[in-house]
Design a protein around this ligand. Sequence first.
Ligand code: ADP
Ligand code: MG
Length: 484
Amino acid sequence: MEYEAVIGLEIHVQLKTRSKVFAGVATGFGEPPNELIDPTVLALPGALPVLNRESVEKSIKFGLMIDAKIPKICRWSRKNYFYPDSPKNYQITQLEKEAVVGAGAVEIELPGPARNIMGEHKFVRINHAHLEEDVGKLTHEGAVSLVDYNRAGTTLLEIVTEPDMHSAEEAVALLNALRMILATAGISDCDMEKGQLRCDANVSVRPKGSSELRTRTEMKNVNSLAGVRNCINFEIKRQVRTYESGEQVVQETRGWNADTGHTYSMRSKENAHDYRYFPDPDLMPVKIDDEWLARLKKDLPERPFDRQRRYMETLNLPYSTTSVFVPNRELCEYFESALAAYDKNPSLLANLVANEVLREISSGKHAFDNCPIPPKNLAELVKITDEGVISKQLAKDVFAEMWASGKSAAAIVAEKGLAQNFDSGELEKIVAEIVANPKNADAVAAFKGGSERVINVLKGQVMKASKGKANPAKVDEILRRLLA
Ligand code: ADP
Ligand code: MG
């Protein structure tokens, strides 16, 4: 029998807020243990939670980015359980039906047949997304356990998908799409190595063609894309084997061991009523009015896939180039400001941004805020290249010089005498010498015999003889004239 996998994800995203969700103390990563704490985080007697507006605004922004229903009001509940990573004995969270973000959908892209070919796009439905607080971190050292509450109380948005995915690839594609949206809108940095995005994967299998939802297992807190892919693939195989041997899959929470590549049984699944949820009496419901929504809508960025389609359709840029910079909003905005200054050659501009600018930025020495080449200077480099003042080859060298010195392209070209400053007479002499050179007799004969491409051999020699300063279009014109 053939089986089909059914996958739903619950994704915990740490929102990029300066302070914690219910306390004025700062968020952070890597500080010495227990520095980012205050009476509320520690649940000392008398301390009361105060909601961070930024947490709600960033959540609503996420909802707007995925066309989700935003409720008029959202509420807070207590989820009760004891575990030493949380000093309160309960977690402040939201019930599904009272969550800040309702049903929506995320566009995903599956891997294409090759890196430079666009893959299939589809939508994964989001059931809802709710706000809650992160917990502290436990470290076990022999018989002793240590606890660090720095992370406790950091804003988490839990995004719950419908069981719409059917392969590990689709699950990974969803995570990638979410990361693009969250980063683009400044909602979360989604750095998985810092635990800013963690994923619970729910997996079941069913006979192919059926639409039933069979018993599922849940793998908790998988914190890398490779982990998500591998644990889902492992779990699909394990469940198929279970059914094939006539047994039943048991509903349970399973762990993922990245070292062995296996999932293992942790505990039978707990039920919602075990947590004795009740409304949190310390926190008022939050009203979300139209005015607030309209204000948040106003400074929402374009969705990454929409932006990519726009670049491909209206600017004729190739898929491969746009895929490089579309995930990076700053790079896109940089490209668009340069394009506004000079819009005649989007393709050269995009190449410079996707290759040169991105490489320099990723080298980490310059953030965008103090980028040594303002967009209008990059536009000028493209313009003088288009005008034939310098060749495309030289454009890259001039770029490097601009980056190092902060000077404009024109200034560097003038200073270094880089302009293609051959007068026609001088260039004509070089071309004539190349054509007359006995070593090129075969190439010349081949061109005259109709082999069009051979002209590139001769062109290459002229460019070399002119040390890259000749204007390729002029060389072409003179060559053809002399060969005719
Ligand atoms: P719970 O009550 O345990 O929170 P939910 O119904 O809220 O369960 O679903 C939690 C996650 O599990 C969702 O992402 C959902 O899409 C997924 N899920 C639910 N049923 C299945 C199933 N049969 N197979 C795979 N995933 C499932
Ligand atoms: Mg649920």
